[in-house]
Design a protein around this ligand. Sequence first.
Ligand SMILES: Cc1ncc(COP(=O)(O)O)c(C=O)c1O
Length: 354
Amino acid sequence: MPMHKIIDLRSDTVTRPTPAMRQAMANAEVGDDVYREDPTVNRLQERAAEIFEREDALFVPSGTMGNQAAIKVHTDPGQEVICEARAHIYNAEMATMAAFSGCLARPIEAPDGILSWDRIAPWVRARTDNRSRTGLISLENTANLAGGSVYPAKVMEEICDQAHAAGLPVHLDGARIFNAAVALNSSVADLTQGFDSIMFCFSKSLGAPIGSMLVGSRKFIEEARSIRKMLGGGMRQAGVLAAAALVALEESPKRLHVDHENARFLAEGLAEIPGLKIDPAKIVSNILFFDVSETGMTSYDLSRRLAAQNVLANGVTPKNIRMVTHCDVDREDCARALEVMAEVVGVVRKAYSA
Ligand SMILES: Cc1ncc(COP(=O)(O)O)c(C=O)c1O
């Protein structure tokens, strides 16, 4: 059997820098960014602020640092941060909101990871004599662990308006906000205008090797700059990273629709494989989750068998596998992944029914 190339569907973080990014990195003008003297970082921050129609922006090494710096700026110790139960800030950021900001997550379950003001309102608390006060509401768009689902613009708008009326700030974990904008045929500026702070990532679907951005008011960004330093995120000649991020920011949003089409193609193919459960109509961005429990294998078993044939996809729970499309997998790779999946699942099902 011919050996196929590795098709890596574990995450959109696995992409390699494009030749244009490498070229930009090699040629980047640099300076010491802690002195605010790196011209490429400055250009990237200005461009991000311009695209999001905000006063200022701050380049940070990771999405986690961006989110957690924002939480620190917006809250006081002892407060609660309202988020959806599958939120990245709650499930996948090492409990930093507790360890660093002294905050308690108030996770609320919502269908497809999409909160509404009706679900949030009962949990918003002013100071009482025995319960902690709400300090922040954080939304995630797209919602990674909920299958890349997308908040309708009106729902976000209502949450932001009502939160502000209650005196609460709202942060957006927009690691993949450009995917949401493509899915909604909108602009990131329009989609995010109600938020007090926004974090987005260059190193996910935009395909850059490293980096994320915080966007907001000048005052918020000044505060976040101090927190970034506190966390060890003050970088020096970071222009080599910002150069790749600039290419990603200008070029990658134009091609995200391809990843979305490939994700839908994968979902439609998976839905046809007996033993796998997925509703292709729910796949609106570049992330898909499917249930493998009827194959007779755990997700971990199945992903090991796929890996043996050079198709990589992570088991996220014992029943569920996640696949993520990105710029380093094309339609042909997705077709090959489906072929391997059908073969692996088919062999095991046959063994079970024999
Ligand atoms: C929705 C979301 N937010 C935040 C992050 C954190 O980003 P990083 O891995 O750069 O810390 C991720 C990472 O996958 C994510 O999916």
